[in-house]
Ligand binder design. Structure first.
Ligand SMILES: [Zn+2]
Length: 742
């Protein structure tokens, strides 16, 4: 028995070796050697380990916005908790405003080539022709006894040297005084904050972000995450509680991270009453500041000031916006465990679409994301209008999109709503599930875009949303330029990061959800990841491991291909052979009268281009007794013959051209006009990564066969997916045609 089994193994093995024409690449091997090894901080199941620790920083900040000078001046006290097992002899503080300093141009990653006819704005980005005195002036750094502390600045990072090390388990309170000129956003490339001036009414909207010196992250994977801010790779931040007093001109309206603590001081009685009404308005927003009131504000130009006080608990950052131009609407959104105030702030230039759509978009995002992960935990979710860009901070985001002369095309409106949903969605990734953006842009952008596109698909079905087909043009790009998703943020090209860090992970997650794991298991696993890592710092390995751990699905092949390579999906339906079984003793002449049939018993059939020449007839012999060896049970030969009698047997030959192994979806079109889908798992490529054959029995006769008919796997070339071959424009050509039509 063992002998026979051995024979069979050898035989099968040889058959496979013969079929493989390219070297085995181990596409199904574990990725253990490509990701960080598990340890007591991060377990092999992808969860935080028993020794997981995280630093914490609480901030008390008083800041004054000087509208006449466009500067802000702050005094802050940081209490830093060293929860690490290590004693720290120095601290690193982030000074992101320094990226705008003259001399730091090369940080910007802006392609340094001149060309005829370039815009003045592009020229400004390249040359910094208009000088601007950007960056921090640090007036003091002192300890809790008022003693000056030693500091050293290296571009966007400041090292604070401690006289005695901060011991494991201890905390340190120290203060920093600082100021910086607020940047005009139009002067700087990839600017996420700054001011926007409106010459029409001589007013300014201030978007104030990465504005105060903040603690860098210290963790178990990086030590100090003190990689310089180079504009593309965003932020790595610790959680903490904030108490922020913002002093602005008296007629300004302030929108900020957190809860407003002194509404009786900064809001009129009418505004307070409206806010009360908004707290129980669940179906539509209530105007807190109307257009007419904002237009009156625009004219006052108050010289006196007032102070808005905010507190925020367990956030990793704090941002605010301030202007006398703001119109303000608010409504309540009820989630299972929290009621949130969704609020929008916009100048009249955003009307009417901002009043119609912004708060509604916040509500949609809050509902879909909460259902997919965990309930939004904070008291407010704010969308502030700006000229362009979309940029996220805890509880508040700055979102581009304005009508022209009160009108907006459907595309522009979809873009604006999509931006609001996306930036509000960032509250989950990375504001709560706090991955390291400076290192892995895809971890927050990819996961956020996945849920943002789901929100659009579910709540705005008329708008276009990302599907696997959307990534095809990127996947067919020049492999000399393409980077894998697992590329650190600042090493990606400005022309590529959108597709590679936003769209490609999104499509990957869509394929896992819809076509590889299945919706129910995937959704539970995604939720598991979000809940395991909320208010914590996950790494890529923690996501990969959790998705496998919570689904009992080996996904190493998928992560290896989709995240670590630039291979693409291109499956070729090389051939479909049609067979009928011919039995010795059967009246074949009789059968031949009924259907056209070719009988080629000795010579292999030539590759057929279609099914027109009829099925090939193959003979099925009786299994010889010795093949059963010692087995007492026997196959019921008659039963098997009956099952196959008159049936059509199709042998499908597939080639993996693109390199990525993927499941295969086969659509059968029958001669009676009906169709049917069979699904093969990616595992079919385990034994041969390049070519496989599979056999199917069909009662009906097949007219045509198509692979991936619903574009579930981003197959880059659909022209080789059909049998008989059909001449179609490739997806890429259609995409190009569509682009030129838009
Ligand atoms: Zn984003």
């Amino acid at each position: 028995m063992r002998y026979l089994f051995f024979i069979c193994l050898v035989f099968c093995y040889i058959t496979n070796i013969n079929a493989q024409r390219q070297p085995w690449q181990g596409k199904f091997e574990p990725i253990d050697n490509m990701i960080a090894a598990p340890n007591s901080y991060r377990t092999a199941s992808g969860a935080p380990g028993e020794a997981y620790w995280q630093q914490r920083a609480d901030y008390k900040i008083k800041v004054v916005l000087d509208e006449s000078q466009n500067t802000i001046t702050g005094q802050e006290t940081i209490t830093y908790y060293n929860n690490s097992p290590d004693d720290l002899s120095y601290l690193w503080i982030q000074l992101e405003q320094n990226v705008n300093q003259k001399g730091n141009e090369d940080f910007g990653n802006f392609n340094n080539s001149l060309k005829d006819g370039m815009t003045t704005r592009q020229m400004q980005f390249l040359t910094r022709a208009i000088e601007f005195p950007a960056g921090y002036s640090i007036s003091y750094i002192k300890d809790s006894h008022g003693k000056a502390m030693t500091s050293l600045v290296n571009n966007t990072m400041m090292k604070v040297v401690l006289d005695t090390p901060l011991k494991s388990g201890e905390s340190l309170t120290f203060s920093i005084g600082w100021s910086y000129p607020i940047t005009d956003r139009s002067l700087f490339f990839l600017s996420r904050e700054g001011y926007e001036y409106f010459p029409g009414d001589d007013n300014t909207v201030y978007l104030i972000a990465h504005w105060f010196p903040r603690m860098a992250v210290y963790n178990d994977t990086e030590g100090w995450q003190n990689q310089q801010f180079q504009r593309l790779g965003e932020f790595a931040l610790e959680f903490g509680d904030y108490q922020v007093d913002i002093t602005v001109p008296e007629d300004h309206i302030v929108a900020a991270t957190g809860t407003l603590k002194n509404p009786e001081v900064v809001l009129s009685k009418t505004q307070q009453n409206r806010m009360e009404k908004a707290r129980s308005s669940f179906d539509k927003p209530v105007m807190i500041v109307t257009r007419e009131e904002a237009e009156t504000n625009e004219k006052t130009k108050s010289k006196t000031q007032k102070t808005w006080q905010f507190t925020a608990k367990n956030v990793r950052d704090f941002a605010f916006a301030s202007s006398r131009k703001f119109i303000w609407d608010a409504q309540a959104v009820k989630l299972p465990t929290n009621t949130v105030m969704a609020m929008s702030f916009y100048p009249k230039e955003g009307l009417p679409v901002w009043q119609e759509e912004s708060t509604k978009a916040i509500k949609n995002a809050l509902e879909v994301y909460s259902e997919a992960t965990f309930d939004y935990p904070y008291p407010v979710a704010i969308s502030v209008n700006t000229s362009n860009v979309g940029m996220e901070f805890p509880m508040i985001s700055f979102n581009g999109g304005r009508p022209k002369n009160g009108k907006m095309t459907q595309n522009a409106k979809a873009g604006m709503i999509s931006t609001i949903v996306h930036e509000v969605g960032h509250n989950w990734f990375p504001m709560i599930v706090s991955s390291d953006e400076r290192k892995w842009m895809w971890m927050d952008e990819g996961l956020n875009t996945f849920l943002h596109q789901r929100t659009i698909a579910e709540r705005y079905p008329d708008f276009n949303s990302t599907t696997p087909q959307s990534i095809v043009p990127f996947m067919t790009g020049d492999k000399n330029i393409l980077r894998p998703i697992m590329t650190t943020s600042d090493n990606e090209l400005l022309t590529q990061f959108g597709a590679n860090f936003y769209q490609k992970p999104t499509v990957g997650l869509q394929m896992l959800r819809h076509s590889i794991i299945g919706k129910e298991l995937f959704d539970a696993a995604f939720k598991e990841y979000a809940n395991r890592w909320k208010y914590k710092h996950p790494n890529p390995a923690d996501l990969f491991r959790t998705l496998e751990d919570a689904t009992a699905t080996d996904l190493d092949w998928f992560f290896r291909g989709w995240f670590f390579t630039t291979d693409h999906v291109d499956m070729e339906l090389t051939e479909v052979k049609w067979f009928k079984v011919y039995e010795v003793g059967q009246n074949i002449e009789h059968q031949k009268q009924n259907i056209q049939m070719k009988v080629e018993m000795d010579e292999p059939a030539a590759t057929a281009a279609d099914f027109s020449s009829g099925p090939e007839v193959i003979k099925m012999n009786t299994t010889p007794d010795q093949a059963y060896g010692g087995y007492l049970s026997r196959l019921d030969e008659d039963e098997l013959r009956q099952q196959l009698s008159g049936k059509n047997i199709y042998e499908i030959s597939l080639k993996n051209i693109g390199g990525l192994v993927m499941p295969v979806t086969i659509e059968w079109h029958y001669t009676d006009g009906s169709s049917e889908i069979d699904r093969l798992p990616a595992d079919i490529w385990r034994k041969n990564e390049y070519e496989v054959k599979r056999t199917f029995i069909k009662t009906k006769e097949v007219k045509a066969v198509k692979l991936d008919p619903n574009f579930e796997f981003a197959d880059t070339d659909m022209s080789n997916n059909s049998f008989p071959k059909v001449v179609t424009a490739s997806q890429f050509d259609r995409f190009k045609a569509k682009q030129s039509n838009d």
